[in-house]
Design a protein around this ligand. Sequence first.
Ligand code: ATP
Ligand code: MG
Length: 426
Amino acid sequence: MSQTTIQAVRGMNDILPDEAERWEALEDLLRSWLQSYGYRNIRTPILEQTGLFRRAIGEATDIVEKEMYSFIDELNGESLTLRPEATASTVRAAIQHNLVYGGPQRLYYLGPMYRHERPQKGRYRQFHQVGAEALGLPGPDIDAEMLLMCARLWGDLGIEGMRLELNSLGSAQERSVYRGALVDYLRLHASSLDEDSRRRLETNPLRVLDSKNPAMQEIITGSPRLLDYLGRESLAHFEGVQAIIADAGLPSRINARLVRGLDYYNFTVFEWVTDRLGAQGTVCAGGRYDGLFQQIGGKAVAACGWAIGIERLLGLMDGAPVAGSRPDAYLVNQGVEAERFAFRVAELLRDRGFSVLHHCGGGSFKSQMKRADASGAAVAVIVGDDEARAREASIKPLREAREQFRVNMDAIADAIAQLLYEDETE
Ligand code: ATP
Ligand code: MG
């Protein structure tokens, strides 16, 4: 009887070992980069109450309207959602645990997010973000630091051609005056609006500016500019950010139509974009969201953050060399006594900090040596019954033309250390 095979869910990818090695290397680098700016890890659940995202992200957004994986927990009737992003969860956790009580917090997260979108290159239904949130810091200094730290990351990763686009959304009050002007303008052009925009005109007119439809671009370009509606405080904040990044020599472009797809932003918003990823050109997006804490039931706390799409970041690093996980030693063993003794040798080497790939499953010396070679290990440590009885092992350097030699078990680790150390200084 044949059964159809079960495949992964559409838009959700397996990350196989060769690729996973690149992920791990990148994650290591991201962690030390974040730590070097004082960010500490926070890990929130992948499932949250649906109401959290509705309140935080906003009803009239792509995410809440059509991208959330929501379901009813049949055991208690609760509506739950797989997190589409992690800012809402981070703020929820900060409120729940009173994190900002002791002073500002710099937090980061790294993990999977879920959005029911049409899968294509650079756009998946399970994707990954690394993100940072600075909580309790109201000034333009932290906004600017976040931009400088991103610029440093592109440099560290050797990524060229990243452009920074900046805008300010001002305060809620300024935005509401602007919204009136924008709606008046869009109503004049109502007949040329696409269906999405006509709907947004009623629910969330600023989001019309976020339209990706090329046919809408002319209307968008002619629309009033939010920047022209900003008051003194908003402008001073925005100028503060620009002054710091200009001092650091970081180029940026003001994009007066940059509004971001989520409702919770105010003041600074930004995107890092590239031409190298086709339609999915935004690698990093973020901004300030001083209203979010109150929106989800906390006291007012100033906050600023960004998120980077890991798949898109890796897409820019194609071909970049990443240290693979080659074992130091491959342990060849054959014979009844040898198989038992091999475990002592393996653990002894691991005690000394070496990575050991222990050959399991038997087979001829010849086939084991082939595996040793294919593993990329620097040396093969060979144990036969002869060696086992003598409490010795043979060592065969695999990456250079050198004779095999035999040493006592107490000397194996030193012999390998010497070989590896010599390799490095050559
Ligand atoms: P887009 O306009 O491309 O849909 P967005 O505004 O919805 O992006 P954000 O919510 O700001 O994206 O997420 C921040 C970053 O996460 C994006 O810039 C992108 O790099 C990445 N990202 C967002 N959605 C996806 C996805 N479905 N697949 C892969 N990466 C994604
Ligand atoms: Mg989106």
